[in-house]
Design a protein around this ligand. Structure first.
Ligand code: GTB
Length: 218
C-alpha cells in the first residue's frame, strides 16, 4: 500500500530539516519503506481537506490505505511497530525504547520548544534576555541528565531505536544555540544520528524540496 506523507511546500527553516516531516521521513528511510510526499502550502494546511487528516491544520500527516494519522511521534511509532529496525523485539527493551520516544517529546523537547517560541515572539521585549536565561537553564537541566545517562554509549539503550531517532531530532533544534556544545557527548550523539545513511537520505529529500521551490505555492 502506498504511503503518503505531507510536508511544507516551503519550510520556514530553509531546508535545515527542522520541520516535523523530518523524523517521519527518517523513520521511513530507516525502515526501507517507499513513500510519496505531498507538499502543502500554509493556506492548504488550514483548508478542510487537510484538516480532515490533521484537525490542527499542521504537517506532517501520514496516509496508508484507509489509515490517516497525524502527530509525528505517533507516526514514527506506527512505522516502528510495522517495520524491523526501529524497535527491539524483546518486550522489555521495546518498552524502554518507547519510553525514550516519550522522554524526547514530553520531557526534553518542551523547554527547547519554549526557547524557540521566545526567540520568535519575544526578541523585542524588555524581558527577553531574562526569560531566555531561565529557559536555557531549564534546557541545561535536561541536557545534563541526558548526558549523564548516555555516558560513553552510542545510543540511549543498546542498539539505535525510534527513541534515539526522536531524541536526536529534538536535540537538533538546539543547533545554533550553543547549548549542545556544553555537552560534548550529546553533540557527538547528534552527529552520530545525522551520519546515518537513512538520516542523510531523509535530509537530502527535504532539502531538495526547498531548493526546487523558491516560493510557497499558495
Ligand atoms: N505535535 C505535532 C507533531 O509532532 O506532529 C506538531 C506539528 C507541527 O508543529 N507542525 C508544524 C506546522 O504544521 C510544522 S513543524 N506548522 C504550521 C502551522 O501550525 O500553521 C514545526 C516547525 C516549524 C518550523 C520550524 N523551523 O522553521 O525551524 C521548525 C519546526
Amino acid at each position: 500500500m502506498t504511503i503518503t506523507i505531507t510536508a511544507f511546500a516551503r519550510s520556514p527553516d530553509g531546508g535545515r530539516g527542522l520541520a516535523r516531516d523530518m523524523p517521519v521521513r527518517w523513520a521511513l528511510e530507516e525502515a526501507g519503506a517507499a513513500y510519496d510526499v505531498r507538499l502543502v502550502s500554509f493556506a492548504a494546511m488550514k483548508g478542510p481537506a487537510h484538516r480532515a487528516l490533521n484537525p490542527f491544520g499542521q504537517i506532517p500527516t501520514y496516509e496508508e490505505g484507509d489509515l490517516a494519522l497525524f502527530e509525528s511521534g505517533a507516526i514514527v511509532f506506527h512505522i516502528a511497530e510495522r517495520h524491523a529496525g526501529l524497535l527491539p523485539d524483546e518486550a522489555n527493551a521495546r518498552a524502554r525504547a518507547v519510553t525514550w520516544m516519550f522522554a524526547a517529546l514530553n520531557t526534553v523537547e518542551p523547554p527547547i520548544f519554549e526557547r524557540d517560541l521566545a526567540d520568535i515572539l519575544e526578541r523585542d521585549k524588555p524581558w527577553y534576555q531574562q526569560h531566555l536565561a531561565v529557559l536555557e537553564d531549564s534546557i541545561r537541566k535536561r541536557l545534563d541528565a541526558l548526558s549523564r545517562r548516555l555516558g560513553d554509549a552510542d545510543w540511549l539503550d543498546g542498539a539505535f531505536s525510534a527513541g534515539d531517532l526522536l531524541m536526536v531530532t529534538v536535540l537538533r533544534r538546539l543547533q545554533g544555540s550553543g547549548l549542545l556544545k556544553e555537552f560534548p557527548n550529546l553533540a557527538a550523539y547528534v552527529a552520530r544520528g545525522e551520519a546515518r545513511p537513512a538520516f542523510r537520505r531523509a535530509f537530502d529529500a527535504q532539502l531538495a524540496v526547498f531548493a526546487d521551490r523558491p516560493s510557497d505555492g499558495t
